[in-house]
Design a protein around this ligand. Sequence first.
Ligand SMILES: [Zn+2]
Ligand SMILES: [Zn+2]
Length: 1012
Amino acid sequence: MGEEGKRGQMFPEKYDHRTIEPKWPRKTHTSSRGLRPRSRGASLRGKENYNHRLIEPKWEKRWEKSGIYKAVDFAKKPKKYLLFEFPYPSGDRLHVGHGRSYTALDAVARKYRMSGFNVMLPMGWDAFGLPAENYAIKNKVNPNVVVKENIAHAKAQAKRWGLSIDWDREIDTTDPKYYRWTQWIFVQLFKKGLAYRSEVAVNWCPFCKTNLANEEVLSDGTHERCGNKTQRRMQKQWLLKITKYADRLIDDLKEVDYLPRIAQQQINWIGRSEGTQIEFKVQSSKFKVNEKVTVFTTRPDTLYGATFMVISPEHELVAKILEGKIGEIRGIREIGEYVEKAKRKTEIERVEETKDKTGVFSGLFAINPITKKEIPIWISDFVLSSYGTGAIMAVPAHDERDFAFAKKFGLPIVPVIIPRDQKEKKDEMWDFEKEAYTKVGEGITINSPEWNGLIPSEAIKKAISWLEEKGIGKKETSYHLRDWVFSRQHYWGEPIPMIFCEHCSQKIKSEIRNPKSEITAAGGIPPIGGTNSNFKFQISNSDMAGWWPVPEEQLPVELPYLEQYEPSGTGESPLSKVTDWVNTKCPHCGGPAKRETDTMPNWAGSNWYYVAYLFGDKLQNQESRINPFDKLRIDAEQSRSIKNQSEQGNIFLENKELLKYWLPVDLYNGGMEHTTLHLLYSRFIYKFLYDIGVVPTKEPYIRRRSHGMVLGPDGQKMSKSRGNVINPDEIIEAFGADTFRLYESFMGPFDQMIAWNQESLEGCCRFLKRVWNLVDGWEEKDDKGNPTSSGSAGLRGARKGELGEMGEKGLERKLNQTIKKVGEDIDNMKFNTAIAAMMELLNEMGERGNPISPSLTRLPTTLKLRGTSRGARKGEVGKEELEKFLLILAPFAPHITEQLWEKLGNKFSIHQQQWPQYNPDLLEEETVIIAVQVNGKLRGTIEVQSAKCKVQSEVEKIAKKDEKVKKYLAGPSFAESDSASHYAKATRDKSRGKREIKKTIFIPGKLINFVI
Ligand SMILES: [Zn+2]
Ligand SMILES: [Zn+2]
């Protein structure tokens, strides 16, 4: 808190720096805050320079000690839960891209706190997964060690940025206390039949030696993390049935406020389409075949035009052909070669429109169920096994891809739809040899005896009922979304908490030859959230026989410390080598069994971290266990026996009321690149948690926004190889965290990609220096212009007398407008315009305020500011105005505003003050109507700002620009000729040339009369 200094001397009427400067500042500082105590007149200017190195760490310590950013559980105030995507603590640490998201959300958090909300702004570490593992491998440091180091560094960075984080809630996804519950969620998914094992075609990265989800493969077929080309291969994997939630993941988007393109991307990714499944019988001219192929089509009305069929190389019929199960097929060698070649291509390469279509005849035919004709079955990699049924009926007359294929391999093209107007104009028939007709919605059906002459929408209905009637087709909804491959053959992840027992497997397999058999799990596996120990689940797949979840009281399955953690390269997890960890007891029969050695993907820990924050402090207080990071060799039995003694409860259920208080998240910000990854995954898992009754709402996030990427100064994506990476640590060292924060918010519209601009950064620094100087140089005065020794009472009146009405009103209005704008802009995440408005306001204040160095009133060159009323009378900035200005700047520049708040004699902390109110009456520019006469006759009225209404030159200027008045002043452009005399006069005037104003009569604020 600052103390008032002694005052006495009269403020001189005339500006004389030699007289006034040495006596500033009036306030002294409490030296305990780490600032130099100064005596009056210690320097010529008598002012203190803005030194971020002194003030920023000082306030950061004070904030931490005072705990002003703690979120209060169950507080009476309304809550706001703000969330930014937590970082991977890889070697790159926090970069300027993190800065953009974090400082913006921090500004929102601060503004909400000042507006009376109980704000939650937590932070933690998404520390499992490939980024950390790749970094560890590259630097030859164990991930157990390196992750700890990186977290410590990133945490120090976040603190140095002045983020108002409640650190009590900090979580780390690699902490066994945390991933115990990540594993628990997996077990629940398994019990509900949503986690299962299956052999699937997976993307394989030969460089990372791991399988990838489709989402991790970029459009050019490379691995998003390492940039290398990926391949496809078949492998047994754990999958999560996200497809079961596909409809809800689309439909519930209506209940949330996501940026429209985010919602649209999710809808597109899920790719729901309504269509029909049609069965085609397979046949061969040489031997009997007992097979069927099912296709999914959205256009059953084109069935008469289906002249061939294409199946994917992964289709089960292909496997049967190659295994010789169908019969002797000619060309089996070519088929085998083609299938091998397709395996080496990425999905993206396979479906590329520009690529020449490839394919091989299967030797088999299908029967078109409506024409009864034989149509050849081809194998081509443009059909993906992951979409629909992995088989299509090709209608080359109406699909460009099918058309290209038919043309290349000489297959028949049968049109079934023609443009509606072609019925008459026979001469201009569509040439189906040249091009497919794809605007089928605008056409009419032909060559289709069952529905000829119908428009396609009607034909579709007819086709579906025909197919359903005959029992060869049924309505189906198809999705682009696939089940989520949840296995990774990597060390650095949560072990999948499953155990395989060969004995049980054999037993169950013999039982499930009776397909309806239900297996009852014993072994003390408790049901979800209840006390009944008798849960059942259906085993629908022999891949699942013998797999048991680790009993919940034995969770977590801790990740053993490994010296050799690199990927094995065979596709097996490095954990498979740790035999004393792998070998365990079967939870069902007690016999010898083996642990699953696959770990969970990157995205597992982030599925529920926003729930975990809420009890982050409680997670830490769970009974402590052996820290896995400290031991070199796991002793699974021992650590399990320790766990068994405690932790009866379920952390979700124990905190049910707490979750009800805080959830859902009010605002979630993150990168666009996570829209179809983390954002979709976490919504799915959250919905599942809702279904099992452990979270209170259907959706986790009410509002989702996304920040644009920060590019390098060269406009390119920042990368070490380009050498265009901006290191936030260096920026903060040179300019301070406040400048860094302010610039990150000011650089451009929040959702747009922006290149780093050093000049603009420096402009932000100059702005803060000007703020500093304005407040540092400010002192109160009484109505005679004398510095006062007491508070602000009477200030307004005092200034009124001194300023005159106009200047006073002008500044007040500007301040009011800025308070309104900054508040609304923060709410709407338009941070750049909020800051621009404050820059404009400072300009106004700088001009009106106490004399500050002329160089400081100049604007930073990179800032373009609108209309400051430079002509206005010099005013004076009062304490109240300065305080309001600091209050609205505080969310963006928390350190300097805290310091200046104190300087003005206020109590700690500015961040606990009320957000300033604006006066709605003072927002509008006040105007006055002035009558304009020409030769004493009223010819118009003009609206003039009240500040200018008494200034004759201003009013004259506006009056002369008025269209109506112009006509009477300047003859030639006379247009209004409603009366003859009028016209005559105008003509006369015109002939005379330009009129001259002989005299102007002005009644200030009321009337102006031009005499001509
Ligand atoms: Zn890779
Ligand atoms: Zn067993």
